[in-house]
Ligand binder design. Structure first.
Ligand code: 5GP
Length: 186
């Protein structure tokens, strides 16, 4: 049986990564995460091949030319993309695959894979989002304000998605997504 493709989007800082980790920790929904490739530098806690495949610009642009991505986008000055081959293999193996990607990439997936189930995660308020992005303390003020203005634009695209989930707490949001995946894979 072929697995289902799920797309999780939402503004930077909304907590997609934390919710995704919780979902995968208690995994009774046959879910796998597709590791993305990026040209962004790793944060201090990030490991190559676990959080992302960290590559340089040349490597990424060659992969674009070779049509290796299901989708890719530039986000705040860096490339991010989903390697196609791995996702296809996982789906063929019958696994449900989760892509945690920003809105431009999600749009490409909606066009290429109309059967994909799309989820948009929103913060309880914009103030809370700002607090979360600043609380991370890993980025310069310049990058923080770029991410915040990007978040406003991203939020306006939420109606393009099949499901909307509010991340008020990690427990609530991961349970809501868990239930969506369960329902859609029955
Ligand atoms: P961050 O730098 O905070 O890890 O990620 C920045 C944004 O890029 C987040 O919204 C994240 O979901 C998104 N992102 C991560 N991987 C991919 C990917 O493979 N493709 C696209 N389009 N966006 C991604």
């Amino acid at each position: 049986m072929i697995g289902k493709l799920f797309v999780l989007s939402g503004p930077s800082g909304v907590g997609k990564g934390t919710v995704r980790e919780k979902l995968l920790a208690n995994n009774d929904i046959n879910l796998t995460y597709s590791i993305s490739m990026t040209t962004r530098k790793p944060r201090s806690n990030e490991i190559d091949g676990v959080h992302y495949f960290f590559v340089d610009n040349d490597y990424f642009e060659k992969a674009i030319k070779n049509d290796e991505f299901l989708e890719y986008a530039k986000f705040v000055g860096h490339y991010y993309g989903t390697p196609k081959k791995h996702v296809e293999e996982l789906l063929k193996e019958g696994k449900n695959v989760l892509l945690e990607i920003e809105v431009q990439g999600a749009k490409q997936v909606m066009e290429k894979c109309p059967e994909a189930i799309t989820i948009f995660m929103i913060p309880p308020s914009f103030e809370e989002l700002e607090k979360r992005i600043r609380g991370r303390r890993t980025e310069s003020e310049d990058v923080v304000s770029q991410r915040l203005s990007k978040a406003k634009k991203e939020m306006s695209l939420k109606d393009n998605y099949n499901f909307l989930v509010v991340n008020d707490t990690v427990e609530n949001a991961s349970k809501a997504i868990h239930d969506i995946i369960l329902k859609m894979t029955k």
